[in-house]
Design a protein around this ligand. Sequence first.
Ligand SMILES: [Zn+2]
Length: 442
Amino acid sequence: MPDSFNTLPRPGGLSLKLAIQNGTVITQNERREVFTGDVLVEDGEISKVGEFSDRADDTLDASGCVVMPGLINCHTHVSMALMKGVADDLQLEQFLEKTFAIDAKRTPKDIEIGTKLGCMEMARSGTTCLLDLYYSQDAIAHGVNEVGLRGYLGWAVLDEQFTTQKGRPLDNCERFIRAFTDCPLIKPVVAPQGVYVCSDETLLAARELASKSGTFCHYHLSETRHEVYEYKRQKGMRPVDHLSKIGFLSKGDIAAHCVWLTVNEVRELARCGVSAAHCPTSNMKLASGGVAPLPEMFEEGVGVCLGTDGCSSNNSLDMFLEMKFAALLQKSSRWDASVLPAQKALDLATIDAARSLGAEHELGSLEPGKKADIVVVDCRNPAMVPTTRENAVANLVYSSPSKAVRDTIVDGRFVLRDRNIVSVDEERVLDAAADAARELMS
Ligand SMILES: [Zn+2]
């Protein structure tokens, strides 16, 4: 672990004053305005949105392009990008057995390489910010920082009997938080993995660490029916009810999955201020059964955001696809095409996600004063023709535009420019990732 994260190099591509000109700007502001015009970035922040003729150090012609806020992936295990295709088409128990066996062999080096691979895929598909849950978050922080994405990184905390971590997970998490507190792109988070590997004592200790460190907890919750029923058999209560009773659930937390909930549990999450990170692809692929009750969450006031989950259960980190599947899954299961419209799906991956992270004043929309996390999508692409101001949001959600992503900017710096990754040597990372994956699977 480094002495100070600030000594690490920041990725390149800084533009002091950058003008993004003449694009179809999807602001995601309060009024969800879409207009043709410009976005000005100064020292990492958006300073103007509209039409202006300021001189800039650098300009980006966005004619024929959509300019939008970067997508926010609120539940992933990014370093598992190396583990694509290792456990497909298996029942959950066999899936877990297979992935845990590979996981146990992992080294910090291949975790960092997997992270860079995953971050490059994210940058190429319009994601600028991720919320991660894993161990060895120090290695992940290096990878995220080098590629230049914004990372909320949750160190996995669980009972010692279940972990492959060296040392006490809670102590490891605390050390990680201390070492990475002042890094511009990294925010440490406490991540009690799930009720099936965390005793009440572990959960409450994680809660205490998060409170005293000024961060939140991120955890898996009520993903499968088996998990919920097994928990109820042991504890006599469903997970959300129990976690509420012991005082664990807290404002600002983000719980991944939240598939198997009663309406009372939905109300309990709303009352406690816990957001749900919905992972439709992972839930469908692993046949978790059931569908997360999003309409009830909206109705009761639970914050909802979206996540891809890891690459062993999703095989992709593409948030455009996640928006599409989220919308389709609700429509299909509720027999109602008007449920979860395109605009709401985009909200879940941008401004609603920022709110779930407690960062709505910094992220999630293109407005003056916010961080310059911006994506440019080239509409001169078969998937995006025709794009007008009227159908631009629908195209982003339903027309799978990730291959049309041209530029990705995080904190005012280019990660992807004119379809080239500029922060790291992409070819070298791809080779290193293929080698590391081969070794891991051997
Ligand atoms: Zn997960």
